[in-house]
Design a protein around this ligand. Structure first.
Ligand code: ZN
Length: 310
């Protein structure tokens, strides 16, 4: 069993519009944009990162906004809900705020003793704010103070037709099953980074999801450094997983593998982080390009990347 995985590092999803996406995460949810760059594999598309002050692993929601992307179809084999931790007692305030901004799909519910507020992102993305005791320091601003602000990820829901092989994988990754309630089983990484809970919802009859705008593209799990990542990669290979080579993503190193339930997993390093190429005070403000795409700046800005007005 692996001991290096600490919980989530980031969650990456697909959006249809960069401006709308930016406004939702910064002006409605009150996160900080910590990086404005491009998809390293398709540089005509932005890669936008939102999180706490420094983009601490376990707080970072990222997006590929493809202009006019068609909406995904929810179903089995995907992340159905991305959950953020908020302070206990803050959900009524959030419900009022989200309603004021015209956010769709608002619904309060309770799961395993915790109050949750479900809502949809601009492309129908499945989100929840979940009340939790969470000591992580929040980013504040845009009308969201420390009494209410998001602390980072609380948990993500995987919706699967069959949880067996994925549950086994999570166990191998260091997660322990703690509770089952109806269709949902909870897996927790003990001593994790706060973003250390995965809920698997098993729906044998569900139709397969179709990926598109509003769908999660992949879930990234955090390891401390490159040595830990190499050890994890070797263990996964030894266990029969098809894992990519280590890829330099400038702000972390990444490896990827497809899980049996259909969800794409990544293992990302906590090092070097988002302050690698920008001062902490101005993280996320300017377009940063990786070295291999730096020569494309003029054409990307003129033709492909819509200006984002903050
Ligand atoms: Zn990623």
């Amino acid at each position: 069993m692996l001991t290096q995985i600490q919980g989530l590092h980031h969650v990456t999803s697909i959006a249809s519009g960069a401006q709308e996406n930016n406004d939702f995460f910064t002006k409605v949810l009150g996160l900080r944009r910590v990086k404005k760059t491009v998809n390293f594999d398709a540089p005509e598309v932005y890669h936008l990162y939102y999180g706490d002050e420094m983009g601490t692993p376990g707080t970072v929601m990222t997006y590929f906004p493809f202009p006019n992307a068609r909406r995904g179809r929810p179903g089995a084999g995907e992340v159905s809900v991305t959950g953020f931790a908020v302070p206990t007692g803050s959900l009524d305030w959030w419900a009022d705020r989200l309603q004021l901004f015209g956010v769709k799909g608002l619904a309060k519910e309770t799961r395993m003793g915790a109050q949750r507020l479900r809502f949809q992102g601009p492309d129908g993305d499945g989100f929840a704010l979940i009340e939790a005791e969470d000591s992580r320091a929040p980013w504040t601003g845009n009308g969201v103070g420390a009494d209410h602000a998001i602390r980072g990820f609380h948990s993500t829901d995987l919706r699967l037709k069959d949880q067996g092989a994925t549950a086994e994988l999570l166990h191998f990754m260091g997660y322990e099953k703690t509770e089952t309630l109806g269709d949902v089983s909870r897996y927790v990484r003990p001593g994790g980074n706060g973003a250390d809970t995965i809920d698997i919802e098993t729906l044998p009859g569900a139709a397969p999801a179709h990926q598109g705008a509003g769908s999660v593209h992949h879930l990234a799990f955090a390891v401390e450094d490159r040595a830990a990542q190499i050890a994890v990669r070797q263990s996964l290979l030894d266990t029969g997983w098809q894992v990519t080579p280590v890829i330099d993503r400038d702000y972390f190193w990444a490896i990827y593998f497809r899980t049996p339930g259909g969800v794409l997993f990544e293992i990302a390093t906590n090092e070097p982080g988002f302050a690698r190429d920008e001062a902490p005070a101005s993280l996320g403000q300017d377009l940063r390009l990786p070295r291999q795409h730096a020569h494309l700046r003029d054409v990307l800005e003129a033709k492909y990347l819509e200006p984002i007005i903050d």
